[in-house]
Design a protein around this ligand. Structure first.
Ligand code: NAP
Length: 304
């Protein structure tokens, strides 16, 4: 079997299991990233929009782990006029990463992503990412929530291609055509919200996991049966599904015990027949942004 622990695609030395920090306060980000680093995670995923980069930076600094041993990702919030947030220009994009580096207390990030194609200035923002890679502020650059059309805009403009695309991927949102497209273009897929099909996903007050809950009820019994057949938790099953599809995955929990459990995904595998049962659940249904009232992959305004 191919190595499911790290990838070297596009020259990126990235641990395939990462720890995400969405919906954590600054304090929770610090304690959770501290736990994650203790548990052995060496890939941390942050974002300007999570408003907690300081906590992540504190945890990394206090861990004493050499910076070069941690793969640190963060993302640009591109702006979104629908939400009344000004679109970032080329200069503002560069300024934003510099400010994020201060919060993260780092000289560089390993990966910088445009969080979603929500701005008409997205090609200008992409050019700024290319420049920041040249300057060494970001070792690698990529996008998130970009569909084929948004990626083709970059390729058609003759610009350097994204190295990574971070996407909502799980059995109910498998997007086989996009996965194939990424493969053809040698763009590494990283899956987020792997646990969105579960009833335990985003249940704390204000996390929004109840939105569209009716769209996953039927499939939950199949996920439960497969997990029982393999004698693993449903969470472990879904994270492992992403790895076996060839994706990096991002886990996330505010609970130390779960943080430790969620990285233990290498002691079993999902046999082909059970992968097929899970794959048959696909209906290209995203959940992660639903509480914000939009599907980020279908919200790109016309290019400016
Ligand atoms: N680029 C984007 O647009 C985008 C969008 C969404 C997410 N992301 C990234 O991807 C990361 C992961 O996605 P996500 O935050 O949606 O997380 P996730 O890993 O899909 O699920 C986390 C949720 O599941 C619960 N959970 C965690 N471990 C569990 C377990 N072992 N058993 C049962 N329930 C469990 C957590 O609750 P507790 O905290 O109570 O354990 C939390 O509510 C994010 O943190 C972020 O870094 C990126």
């Amino acid at each position: 079997m191919t190595d499911l622990k790290t990838t070297s695609r596009n020259g990126i030395n990235m641990p395939l299991v990462g720890f995400g920090t969405y919906q954590l306060s600054t304090e929770e980000a610090e304690t959770s990233v501290t736990e994650a680093l203790k548990a052995g995670y060496r890939h941390i995923d942050s974002a300007e929009g999570y408003k907690n980069e300081k906590g992540t930076g504190n945890a990394i600094k206090k861990s004493g782990i050499p910076r070069k041993e941690i793969f640190l990702t963060t993302k640009l919030f591109p702006g979104n006029t629908q939400w009344g947030v000004q679109e970032k220009t080329y200069e503002a994009t560069i300024e934003t990463l510099k400010n994020q580096l201060k919060e993260l207390q780092a000289n560089y990030v390993d990966l910088y992503l445009i969080h979603a194609p929500l701005a008409s200035l997205r090609l200008e923002q992409w050019k700024a990412l290319i420049e920041m890679k040249k300057q060494g502020l970001a070792k690698h650059i990529g996008v998130s929530n970009y569909n084929e059309e948004a990626i083709n805009e970059i390729l058609d403009a003759g610009l350097e291609k994204p190295e990574i695309n971070q996407i909502e991927f799980h059995p109910l949102c498998a997007r086989p055509e996009l996965a194939q497209f990424l493969n053809q273009h040698n763009i590494e897929p990283v899956a987020y919200s792997s646990l969105a099909p579960l009833s335990t996903w985003r249940t704390a007050e204000g996390q929004g996991g109840e939105v569209l809950a009716e769209k996953k009820q039927e499939e939950q019994s199949v996920i439960n049966e497969v997990a029982n057949d393999l004698n693993v938790s449903e969470a472990k099953l879904l994270y492992r599904w992403g790895l076996q599809k060839g994706y990096g995955i991002l886990t996330r929990s505010s609970k130390p015990e779960r943080i430790r459990q969620n990285i233990e995904v290498f002691d079993f595998s999902i046999p082909d027949n059970q992968m097929q049962r899970l794959n048959a659940l696909n209906k290209n249904q995203p959940f992660a942004w639903a509480a914000n009232g939009l599907n980020p992959m279908e919200s790109a305004p016309s290019l400016q």
